[in-house]
Design a protein around this ligand. Structure first.
Ligand SMILES: [Zn+2]
Length: 422
């Protein structure tokens, strides 16, 4: 749908209002969200969940063809049907204010019967609602699940999330026994996520879930133009595992086993297609594991290189947050080349990490991740990883799963000789 189009029932309405700058328009309209859900059955348009309807507000709000970035939009929702939105309260009942960025990026809304979950994330305004029939685990388990996952994500941001408010909607998936089944996150100015969980999943299984930590980490993603899945999905895949270990839900031996297994598919075996090409073509080749774990491996290489080079004073945490902040600044979203340039430039010209970054993105040969792992003092043995604290970079290995690195550090020391990529 183009900006400026409004979706009403089954018809796209594209008539535009001529709008001189500075003028104030009040536009009222009705939308049949239920009919939209019946026609599309897609969470990114509208979807029924029990007696509620989840709607992406991009398909609900009229959008002028051009919205100057400093525009404040006031939305008043008529009627009495129950509504949850991450929109900011506008001072009157059912009245909200929206920034231009939030209007552009969209948010998930929930209309109709829903149960508020008492989610608490210190330092971050996060609310959550459950729709549909309660699953086997019960709402208390869902509340813990969302609180814990959002808390892990906030911890990466130094105790907060980079959005003004976040709404999480949890939806049962019939006959599924995995705790997290699928999710989708919107994150421009306001955060909203829809998490589908297995209706048959037992309460105790939610602690091991990766879907919610993955989706809620997406709130930290730098803004990129076009899709760059190796970066957006790959780095999120790396952090979904790192954050769970930092959050204490995955002990380091299990976390490292998971990471090294993932890298085996992503970058530690020869590949038919270089990562960047596989990523650009992912919608056609559906090679998600390669792209997600190839990107996760790229993130891992950079994290190790940055930490090794600065004795843990810098890490991917700091570089990633700086990239995200830059992408939300006046220069706007970065393209793929801009992302690669900034990642590369985070390391000195002669650092081994640069050669590895290049080999990871554009090479076909397996990367010697095993060599890197032995420098870190980690190897897989059965269902767990084993550690060797005598390894030269064991301080790097330990720090990766500890607290996020808070701030950039000044001094760099010379690069240690590189383990060369093949
Ligand atoms: Zn994702």
């Amino acid at each position: 749908m183009r900006a400026g189009d409004a979706f009403v029932g089954d018809a796209f309405v594209t008539d535009r209002l001529a709008q001189p700058r500075g003028a104030q328009w009040v536009v009222s309209w009705r939308v049949d969200a239920g009919a939209m859900a019946d026609a599309h059955r897609d969470v990114d348009v509208a979807l029924r969940a029990g007696d509620a309807v989840i709607v992406n507000d991009c398909n609900l709000l009229l959008r002028p063809a051009e919205v100057p970035p400093d525009t404040r939009i006031t939305v008043r929702v008529a009627g009495e049907v129950l509504l949850s939105a991450p929109w900011l309260p506008g001072g009157a009942p059912r009245t909200y204010t929206l920034s231009a960025a939030a209007l552009e990026g969209g948010s998930y809304l929930v209309f109709g019967p829903q149960r508020a979950l008492d989610v608490k994330v210190p330092g971050a305004p996060v609310s959550a609602v459950a729709v549909g029939r309660p699953g086997r685990a019960g709402d208390a388990a869902l509340t813990t699940w969302v609180s814990r996952s959002a808390g892990m994500s906030a911890r990466f941001g130094g105790g907060s999330l980079p959005v003004a408010r976040t709404l999480v909607v949890v939806v049962p998936w019939a006959e599924q026994s995995d705790p997290g089944v699928f999710g989708s996150t919107l994150r421009w100015g306001l955060g909203s996520a829809v998490l589908f969980y297995g209706a048959e999943a037992p309460a105790e299984s939610f602690a091991a879930d990766w879907v919610a930590p993955h989706e809620l980490f997406h709130l930290h993603n730098p803004d990129v133009v076009h899709r760059v899945p190796w970066f957006t999905e790959g780095f999120t895949t790396y952090y979904q595992d790192v954050l769970r270990a930092r959050g204490g839900v995955r002990p380091p031996p299990v976390a490292w086993k998971g990471l090294l297994d993932g890298f085996r598919h992503g970058c530690a075996t020869d590949q038919r297609t270089p990562l960047r090409a596989a990523s650009a073509d992912m919608r056609r080749n559906h090679d998600y594991r390669r792209v997600y774990w190839g990107g996760a491996c790229t993130a891992f290489i950079l994290d190790v290189a940055l930490r090794e080079h600065t004795d843990n004073r810098e890490s991917l945490d700091t570089v990633y947050r700086a990239l995200a902040a830059e992408s939300r600044g006046p220069g706007g979203a970065l393209d793929e080349a801009g992302v690669v340039e900034r990642l590369r430039n985070a390391l000195p010209a002669d650092h081994w990490g640069r050669a590895w970054l290049h080999a990871s993105l554009d090479g076909r040969a397996a990367l010697p991740v095993g060599e890197l792992a032995s420098r870190l003092g980690v190897s897989v043995s059965g269902e767990q990883a084993r550690f060797d604290d005598g390894a030269p970079w064991s301080h790097v290995r330990r720090a990766i799963l500890e607290e996020p690195v808070p701030s950039p550090a000044p001094a760099r020391r010379p690069a240690t000789p590189p383990p060369p990529p093949r």
